[in-house]
Design a protein around this ligand. Sequence first.
Ligand SMILES: [Zn+2]
Ligand SMILES: [Zn+2]
Length: 296
Amino acid sequence: MTSAIPSMLLQTLAELGRSLADFAFPPACWACGNAIPEAAAHLCPPCWDSILSGVRAPARCQRCGCPAPTPRATCANCDAWSKPLPTAASHPVPAPAEPTPPSGPGCAEPTDPRGLAFARAVALGPFDPPMQRAIHALKFRGCRSLAVLLGRRLGEELGPTLAPVQVLVPVPLHPARQRERGYNQSLCIATGLARALGIPVEAQLLRRVVNTRQQARLDASARHQNLAAAFRLARPVPPVQCVAVVDDVMTTGSTLDACARVLLRAGVQTVWAVVLASRFRTEALAWRGSYSSGPT
Ligand SMILES: [Zn+2]
Ligand SMILES: [Zn+2]
């Protein structure tokens, strides 16, 4: 009882402090700037609705996670994944270093050796404005707690889909970039996702040895060449069959592909890509008028 009193007092003081701070600086949505009732929500209800609309689509492509009107194994978004990557010749098909264990349920899709190395991608939604602004906030405005929250929502919304995943591996930042930013947003997303799924995060498994320049303005070929040797294995992989590489956005898939190849070479049987948002091809989303102006 005596130890409970200071704890209760501290809790009350913390709540009072939060109320005073909310009064002095009313919390605003990180995506649109509108007022929100409490800072912990991070986003206003319309922005949350928009961000979660992708997972509430009638169906999703099983391969790339693109919202779809009916269930499908591939779609207009991921058909291009099977085409050879620009520098595929310099990146031979990854061979497991050791005999692979028997495949587990739901985790045995063969990796397409000609295109992207991960077997499947899962995204909370398209890289549309509310999500785009939320990701900008968690990446460039220091809002780590939004990254954790969005990761948790991703796990809560898509838990059954992600059931085969045993370990989460965030895409690492180069140490220089991490010092500059102060944190790795992919690790924050993976942390929230891990809480929802009840699986571990292996934050030290991969390291980024090349400080790749900004990728946003590069085409697919330049991105792939830039990233091909950027990642290394930093420690032995855990004895699991299905690993998910976690990132904030999937653009061409080159970053996730480069990480997946390192893990596959180390003997992981199946690698998935899990992201908050994906730049789905416009034609794949044309059935939804609201997505028709999305980036390609
Ligand atoms: Zn908003
Ligand atoms: Zn697809």
